[in-house]
Design a protein around this ligand. Structure first.
Ligand code: ATP
Length: 690
């Protein structure tokens, strides 16, 4: 019986086939598993650049392309119409990376063509500062050196993206993005192997789970092929795999990585990995995140990753607010949650009575200083640190602030109302005195959780190996929580990892999004400065488009046109997103699109359609095509979200940075196409589009 493996590229190829051809592929796979290759008519092509590539008949028109790994082992690479299959088979060359020992594929025909077509360098090559020996020591093949010496621009390097083996392209784009040889080396360090045998394709394939998946037989293969678009279920980046499948973290682990680097995917794999090892009737895995809608999305993805009922039973997926609510109400306690609609007027009243302080200031002071540190008296507040809160307050001012806030808190208590943050604190206290149903806690979107929520999550698992697995991106912090995990009893030192490869967004969209951040030092939850060095995308696409309009009506007309075009091109409504800064704009856009007979998603009614949401509401989501509109001066940054520089320059800078992060979050929701628009003057946060 032949051993089967599947190449990452086989999934999208399979997805494109019509049903009858898919059935023919599955039938061939069945035969494959039963026969030795002698009975399979594997054809060797004389023009092939790779002696191990074969083709196999699927039906009258289609052929499969297969790589012989040695012995009775084969990897399915592609399935294409006859001529295309032959062209694919003759152009590809599989080799073993000399440093990482992984199996690599390159488009050898394309490389040969480009080497001949690229003019001799008029400028210096992008890689002049790196010696051939250094490039080779990073795994770049020697025979590529002549081509690399011809590469003098990022654009030329980009043209190599689909031709070179990804690991080698990663090294080259890391170097071209400014990383030193040492930094690139450090990124690879965990994966470097000694004694690489260049002819042992099977061992190399086993070392390459991001490219080759070995399956136990046709059943497992069929399960993979049932979701051909969800490549992340089967193929993880080596760092993602390392992080998700590590046997033991000796305490809380923090995984950082900017937008689209697969933090959620990694968290889902970790949840399943941990759940598989748990007994059926013991403590479970908690998978939690910032909001209910994000938790719903996590639940759907989890069910895509596994349909094993035993595993699913051992994982609870729930938003952190709902979790707190459940814990507090478990004994029958009745709770009414004080939403923003209730709270905002209370803060306005308090500010009106203490005109030295704005409503936003009082609200943030309560949440970020008083609740964060669990301060219960004016005396403790007077002496407490106010890290990240801008200009200092004198003792008399603190007394005024305390009185104003205490008034709001007293009103809440009288009406028997509690905010989510208060509930989290109460839930933490309850959890500390009762046995927890959880053995492992996994937290997505951790950058925005409040200290009270962290206290709850800490209390939910005893300090032990693999207790907390945290995913966060400080560049996507869009609320105001200033958190130091260490001070909350969650030490992650020595257990932090960073993901750098963006799988969602094209290179062009990412480039623009990163420019928005325009940032100074950003600190992570572990109190250390974060970095975007090496952050890069694996896909290419069109340049984001910015349109300018004289009036809002014109802008909305153009939006209708744009969304209509996407729909006409066959993009499904739910794969289209429209983001704006304010709820008012979101309402107006929803009405406008609905008026143009464009289906708009409505969660309350359970209606599917184009998702229109505020930038805050876009957190964690993704869309094939995304419009971010209303990017006008005065709308972004939102005037009411930014402290005037004259009042407090520190708070002003911090608020502006948060608005930048918010725009970054919105832009990085786009997978393939990003459209931006404004009317009147453009927002000062918009970078130039070149
Ligand atoms: N190894 C992988 N192979 C293919 N696709 C991947 C892989 N890892 C992640 N993806 C895809 O990339 C996209 C982003 O992944 P994910 O949502 O996990 O990133 P994230 O870091 O949590 O993003 P954000 O912080 O922006 O919400 C998703 O569409 C996901 O399916």
């Amino acid at each position: 019986m032949a051993d089967l493996a599947i190449d990452r590229g086989f999934l999208p190829a399979f997805a494109k086939l019509q049903r009858p051809v898919q059935h023919a592929v599955l039938a061939t796979i069945d035969k494959f598993a039963e026969h030795t290759h002698a009975g399979l008519h594997l054809e060797k092509l004389t023009a092939a650049r790779d002696p191990n590539i074969r083709t196999i008949r699927i039906d009258r028109f289609y052929r499969g392309v297969v790589l012989a790994l040695g012995g009775q082992r084969y990897a399915l690479l592609n399935v294409l119409p006859h001529d295309d299959a032959n062209a694919f088979a003759t152009s590809r060359l599989f080799t073993v990376n000399q440093v990482l020992g992984v199996l690599e594929v390159r488009d050898q025909a394309g490389i040969e063509e480009l080497t001949h077509a690229t003019p001799p360098p008029s400028a210096t090559s992008l890689f002049d500062r790196v010696s051939a020996a250094d490039l080779h020591s990073l795994g770049v093949d020697k025979d590529l050196m002549p081509l690399l010496r011809l590469i003098s621009t990022d654009k030329q390097l980009d043209s190599l993206a689909g031709l070179l083996p990804p690991a080698q392209f990663d090294v080259l784009s890391g170097l071209a993005s400014g990383m030193s040889k040492q930094e690139v080396w450090e990124e690879m360090a965990d994966r470097i192997v000694g004694d690489v045998d260049p002819d042992d394709l099977f061992t190399a394939a086993q070392r390459t789970p991001e490219r080759i998946a070995f399956v136990s037989g046709p059943m497992e293969l069929a399960a993979i092929l049932a979701h051909p678009f969800d490549v992340w279920r089967t193929f993880l980046h080596p760092t993602q795999r390392d992080v998700a499948y590590r046997e033991t973290y000796s305490g809380p682990a923090l995984i950082t990585g900017s937008a689209g680097t697969g933090k959620t995917v990694t968290g889902l794999h970790r949840a399943v990995f941990l759940a598989r090892r748990l007994p059926d009737d013991g403590p479970k895995v908690l998978l939690t995140t910032y909001t209910r809608s994000l938790a719903d999305a996590l639940g759907k993805q989890l069910r895509l990753l596994t349909d094993d009922p035993a595993v699913l039973r051992r994982i609870d997926v729930i938003g952190v607010d709902k979790l707190a609510h459940q814990i507090v109400t478990r004994d029958g306690t009745k709770v009414t949650v004080a939403t923003d609609t209730i709270m905002d007027p209370l803060w306005e009243e308090a500010a009106a009575a203490s005109p030295a302080f704005s409503a936003a200031f009082l609200k943030h002071e309560w949440e970020q200083v008083i609740l964060a540190q669990q301060l219960t008296t004016a005396d403790t507040y007077r002496d407490s640190p106010r890290k990240g809160r801008g200009a200092g307050l004198r003792a008399a001012q603190r007394d005024q602030v305390w009185t104003a806030i205490d008034g709001v808190v007293t009103k809440l208590a009288k009406r028997r109302l509690r905010t989510h943050t208060q509930l989290a604190d109460e839930a933490a206290a309850i959890t500390a005195r009762t046995p927890s149903p959880y053995r492992h806690v996994i937290v997505d979107e951790g950058q925005d959780l409040h200290p009270a929520q962290w206290r709850l999550l800490r209390a939910l698992v005893p300090a032990a190996d693999n207790d907390l697995f945290l995913l966060a991106d400080p560049y996507q912090r869009i609320y105001d929580s200033q958190v130091s995990l260490t001070r909350l009893g969650i030490p992650v030192r020595g257990r932090t990892r960073r993901l750098t490869v963006n799988y969602r967004t094209t290179h062009e969209i990412l480039d623009l999004s990163v420019k928005v951040l325009n940032t100074g030092t950003v600190f992570g939850l572990d109190d250390t400065p974060d970095t975007l060095v090496g952050y890069r995308s694996v896909t290419r696409g069109g340049t984001p488009q910015l349109t300018t309009h004289p009036t809002r009506d014109d802008e909305f007309e153009a939006l209708i046109e744009r969304v209509g075009t996407w729909l006409d091109q066959g993009v499904e409504p739910h794969a289209i997103g429209v983001a704006a800064r304010t709820g008012k704009l979101v309402k107006a856009i929803t009405t406008t699109l609905a008026g143009a007979y464009i289906p708009v998603a409505d969660d309350k009614q359970g209606a599917d359609g184009v998702r229109v949401a505020t930038m805050h509401g876009m957190k964690g989501l993704e869309f094939r095509c995304l419009a971010v509109v209303g990017l006008d001066l005065g709308v972004l940054p939102a005037a009411n979200a930014v402290t005037p520089a004259a009042d407090d320059p520190h708070a002003h800078r911090q608020d502006l940075q948060r608005e930048r992060c918010l725009l970054f979050v919105a832009l990085t929701r786009a997978r393939d196409v990003l459209y931006l628009s404004h009317s009147g003057q453009p927002s000062e946060l918009l970078p130039a589009l070149t």
